[in-house]
Every structure is written in C-alpha cells, then in structure tokens.
Design a protein around this ligand. Sequence first.
Ligand SMILES: C[S@@+](CC[C@H](N)C(=O)[O-])C[C@H]1O[C@@H](n2cnc3c(N)ncnc32)[C@H](O)[C@@H]1O
Length: 397
Amino acid sequence: MDSQAIEDMLAIAVAAGAQGRLDDAEAAFRAVLVMKPDHDEALFGLGLNLLIARRFQEAVEPLTWAVHAPNAEPVRRQCLAHALFLTGDFARAADTFATANGVEPLPEGARVTWARAAAYNALEGGDAQAALDLYAMIAGPLAEDLETVAREGFGILVAFDSLDAARTLGAWLAAHNPADLIRAHELRVLTDPRFDRAPPAYVEALFDDLAQRFDRQLVEMLDYRAPELLANLVAGRYARFARILDLGCGTGLAAPFLGGFGAQLTGVDLSSAMLAKAAERGGYDHLVQAEAVTFLQSQPSAFDLIFAADVLIYFGDLAPLLTAAAEALAHGGVLAFSVERGEAGWRLLPTARYAHGDDYVRQVAAPGFRIADHEDIVLRREATGVTQGRLYLLEKL
Ligand SMILES: C[S@@+](CC[C@H](N)C(=O)[O-])C[C@H]1O[C@@H](n2cnc3c(N)ncnc32)[C@H](O)[C@@H]1O
C-alpha cells in the first residue's frame, strides 16, 4: 500500500470538503477507503461529508466505524449522535450523546439535541410529562419552552412515522393548549382520520403561523420547486393566457413564473398572512382571501389558466374542486396542479396532507377534462427522504 498516495488523496478530499465541493470530497474519501478500508480519518471525513449533504442514513455507518478508532476525538461521537437523531433513531442517538457527554461535556446545541432525543425515545413509554421532564433535566438551563419542544417533537415524530409517540405528545399538547386548532386537527388525523379534506380553519391557522418562515423552510431547506416546474410544464404547451388564477397562491412563489404568460394574475388563498407575503412580493393584479372551492364557484368562465401548486395536498376528494374549476374556466381553459404521489385512490397521510394515485386523478378529472400532460417530480426533500409528486395539465372539455 502506498501511504503517500493515501495521504495525497486524503488532502484532496479535505480540500474539496472545505470548498463545499461535496461530490468531489466524497469521491476522494471513498478512494482513500478503497486503498485502506479502516482509515478512520477518511471514515470520519466521509461520514461528516454525508451529514453535510443531508444523507443522514448513509452517514451513520462510516461515523460508527470512525468512532471506534483508538483515540478518536470526542467530536466524532457527537457527529454520529446527530446523524442518528436525524435518521429518527432516538434511542441510539440518546445513548451516543450520553456516552459522548461522559468523555467531554457536550456543547450547548448538542446537549439540547440529546435532551430531545432522550425525550422522544422516552415517549415510547406512553407518559408525555415524564418524557418532557427528562428533556428539562438533560437540557438544564438550556431548556426551551416545553410546549415548543412538544410542538416540534410532534411534527418530527410524525415525519419519522413514530405515530404512537406522536399521539402521546399530541394528547399532552391538546390538554395544555385546547385552543390550538393546528395541533387539534393533526392529532385527530392520527386518532380518527375520517376527513375528506383539511378543514379551512386548520389551513388558515397553519399558514398564518407558517407565513414568515414559509419561503426559507420550503425553498431553502426542502428544495421546493413545484411552482417553477409546473409553470415550465405549462410553458411547454402554451405561450399566453389572458386571465390566470393562482389558486392557493401562498406567498406568491409562482408569480415570477406566471408573469411570463402576460396575463392578468389573481391570487386566492385562505391565509391572510400568506397573502400579505404575496402582496410584498408583487406580480398580482388582485389578491383575494377566500376558500378555493367557494371562490371558484363564484367565478363562472372567469379564467383561462387555473394554477394550483401544492394545494391539492389539502384535499382528499378532488371532485368538488375539479367540478368548480371546470366551471371557473373559460372555453378551452387549462387547469395545472401538483399532487403528492400516492398508490391508488386518495389517502390522508399522518402528516395531515393527502396523497393521490394516478388512477384516481384520471377518474375524477374525466367528466370535465382531458389530461394534456403530466410529469413526475421531487416535491420536497425532507429529512426523512424525498417526497414524490406529480404535475398534471388538464384541458377543459
Ligand atoms: C403549501 S402552500 C403552497 C403555496 C403556493 N401555491 C406555492 O406553491 O408556494 C398551500 C397554500 O394553499 C392554501 N390553501 C390550502 N387549502 C386552501 C383552500 N381550501 N382554499 C384556499 N387556499 C388554500 C394555503 O393557505 C397555502 O397558502
């Protein structure tokens, strides 16, 4: 084995990582590991690289090996614990943080994550208050407000499909803040999931709460591009429209893409806070606070394109919306929308969103529309993996 070649390759990997060239760094770390499979610096470097690239599951194995090297620095164990937390393995994450803390006291951020991991894991025992007390004990003076911990924990547990633990935490939240419409609905979805659409009061509260963080959370963190991709699909077939409705326009992410069609643009949304953001962004001739189906029913033949990016995820049964959209479109009008891709029919997910199967979309669209085009896309890149979506272009019959 040529130890100089190993050192050279390691230097290339470290330099590429430092410059943010994650693919190059990964390739170089892997090249080192081909030459020397137990090279612990390369194992740690690869694990860290994968962690930065948000490939948490893949990061766990190299980090696990890197930790076992003699004289491994304590930071390696902290990275492993974070990777385990980010894969939803809260039991191992809590153990790993505890061991790391035994070697060297954890920095503040790691201590809070340890406290959360321990609490989420303890929820499996069914006692939310005991789990939150454990959180407070581990976090000590760094402890955040328990309701915030519980609220964020609920979402994380649902995302990782730890539904019993989520129900336990949801019940604690409902008892502590009975007026919280958002959590009340999300808990009901887990306990009695018989809703054919998200209640408007829930949607309004959810997006009023989310409006300030929406663009950063969706676009920067989840790589959300549905408005652009849907507009591209439309532009592949049509050049201009006279009147466009951006249904569930949110903060107006679609406006810059829809501007290219030269139309008068109307945005409709239930959430006044999202509409305020859309007004700030600009590009709309009219912004209206209204429920989507009710608004469509009040606008016969008023639009040439109805555009709905990431909105039908709040509807299970699509028939009322598609019927109303057909009425609101002028002759030859186009309906463009995205769905979260499901197996068959429609299904309410534990996230309180809906997924739709292609069979269902085709069947429910058939009376009023012809499917002109469709395309599969990545809808969001969440910590737990990629959410698959599908775009549809429907022409009114
Ligand atoms: C995930 S956001 C997408 C926003 C925007 N279309 C985009 O792609 O950035 C969903 C939006 O649909 C709105 N919405 C959901 N259900 C609605 C309904 N029944 N009527 C009106 N707006 C609704 C929400 O308020 C929210 O702003």
